[in-house]
Design a protein around this ligand. Structure first.
Ligand SMILES: C[S@@+](CC[C@H](N)C(=O)[O-])C[C@H]1O[C@@H](n2cnc3c(N)ncnc32)[C@H](O)[C@@H]1O
Length: 439
């Protein structure tokens, strides 16, 4: 069979589909604007974190972004039948759960495989619609659903648009004794058209030392083809990167977090600086924080509250990140669930704010200051949109978190100071106070 005859799917997957409900667009609401420190001279917003369910979010985004996204990384639930919990609290990477506990992460339970495909198929179709003509979708799965997803992808993109089936291999402990340890994931890379971005030179890696030795001792080893040993090679379609394990600097505690090195290779290969990279199953925000670091524009979406706050914290801690916005949907539960006690002291044109404590409005256990993971200030709050102008962020393994911030006003006036604080469960609270400065 020739390659040309692969244009149409030569195999089709049929499953017990439930009715094809028309997707309703989410009502997207701008919630706040973030200006990470140090404030970048270019204040154009470069990214969005959207707290919501992706089918309705993507449907809503079609108006603005149809055919506009250059790279989509999709790491959905894998059809494992498990519910994943996020680890929160100090020392969440320790084996002994002394001070950490778990909270809701995301579920991967389906009534059957058909229900899973009902979820996946329309979302892959939406991603296809959002991709630009030169764009690529990387779909990350494992042995549970990858074979079925490939048939779906062939149907949506066409079989000849599969550019790679990448195998990510890793190692780690496993309880399995009745089969080989399952230690690889499968990433299907499909392009929208034949003209797609692929920056081979940006992802080259060194040749294996034994290859270098062979060619150095015998230049004719490659049947006359002499590789450029200095430049390195384009990687094979199997990649080894360690999983994000305990004690890794980048570990956030969010379940199934993927390694930044893996995302870096994907983003460097399939996008250019200034391109738009999206992740609609964004979890802890691995892809978008790498995209921001590599100067791409980005979109992240996830309905899990811990995913939203983890991504937000992570972006704020990413070096060189430019301003971005936070969005909610009309369906997202977005009421403050924390109370803040704050002390405000003014002196001439200076103000100091100090968080005294935070408490939960319901009976949920909350330890202060351990559970305070991020607090931020809008020094001159004016309308409904919170502008995060200063932030104090707890890093993943830090016990330290400053509880005070100062600010100097450059002109006289009455200012509303608004403070927002998040706890480790992804809940937030607000505090407002007016100060007046005279000339
Ligand atoms: C495998 S995890 C992603 C992990 C992520 N790549 C990382 O490095 O942290 C899958 C994510 O998809 C999210 N998810 C599940 N259903 C979703 C939906 N309908 N819309 C948006 N996100 C969804 C889950 O909340 C979860 O965070």
């Amino acid at each position: 069979m020739t390659r040309a005859s692969h244009r149409k799917p030569f195999a089709r997957l049929e499953w017990d589909r439930s009715s094809d409900a028309k997707l309703k667009p989410a009502e997207l609401q701008l919630w706040s604007e973030a200006f990470p420190e140090p404030i970048q001279p270019n204040t154009a917003f470069q990214g969005r974190i959207i707290h919501g369910e992706n089918a309705s979010v993507m449907t809503a985004l079609l108006d603005e972004f149809e055919g506009q996204i250059d790279l989509i990384y999709a790491d959905p639930p894998f059809l494992t039948g498990k519910a994943y919990r996020a680890r929160i609290g100090q020392g969440e990477d320790s084996r002994a759960p002394k001070s950490w506990r778990t909270t809701q992460g995301f579920h991967d339970n389906w009534s059957d495989g058909a229900a899973y495909l009902d979820m996946l198929f329309p979302r892959l179709q939406l991603m296809h619609n959002l991709l630009s003509e030169s764009g690529t979708l990387y779909l990350h799965l494992d042995w549970h659903a990858s074979a079925y997803a490939r048939v779906l992808m062939d149907e949506i993109f066409g079989p000849d648009r599969l550019i790679n089936e990448i195998v990510w291999v890793y190692h780690g402990p496993s309880p399995i004794r009745s089969a080989f340890n399952r230690k690889h994931d499968t990433i299907l890379a499909y392009t929208k058209s034949k003209e797609y971005t692929f920056n081979a030179d940006d992802v080259r890696v060194a040749y294996n030392p034994s290859t270098i030795k062979t060619f150095k001792s015998s230049p004719r080893a490659g049947f006359g083809k002499q590789p450029d040993l200095e430049r390195g090679k384009v990687p094979e379609d199997w990649w080894y990167f360690p999983v994000v394990a305990r004690l890794h600097k980048e570990r956030t505690g969010y379940p199934t977090q993927k390694p930044e090195a893996l995302l870096e290779r994907i983003i460097l290969a399939s996008s250019n600086p200034g391109d738009l990279v999206a992740d609609f199953f964004s979890g802890s925000g691995t892809s978008v924080s790498v995209a921001a670091r590599l100067k791409r524009r980005w979109l992240a979406c996830d309905p899990a509250p811990t995913a939203f706050t983890t991504t937000y914290r992570r972006l704020l801690m990413t070096s060189g990140v430019e301003p971005f916005t936070l969005w909610k949907t009309a369906d997202t539960h977005n009421e403050p669930a924390l109370d803040l006690e704050v002390q405000i002291t003014t002196n001439e044109d200076q103000v100091e704010v100090r968080i005294e404590t935070i408490s939960s409005r319901d009976s949920t256990e909350l330890h202060f200051p351990e559970d305070l993971v991020l607090w931020e200030v809008d020094w001159s709050h004016e309308n409904e949109i919170f502008q995060s102008q200063s932030q104090v962020i707890r890093s993943w393994r830090s016990e330290e978190l400053s509880l005070q911030l100062q600010h100097q006003y450059s002109s006289a006036g009455v200012y509303e100071i608004r403070i927002r604080a998040f706890d480790s469960l992804g809940r937030y609270g607000l505090f407002s106070y007016k100060v007046q400065f005279k000339q």
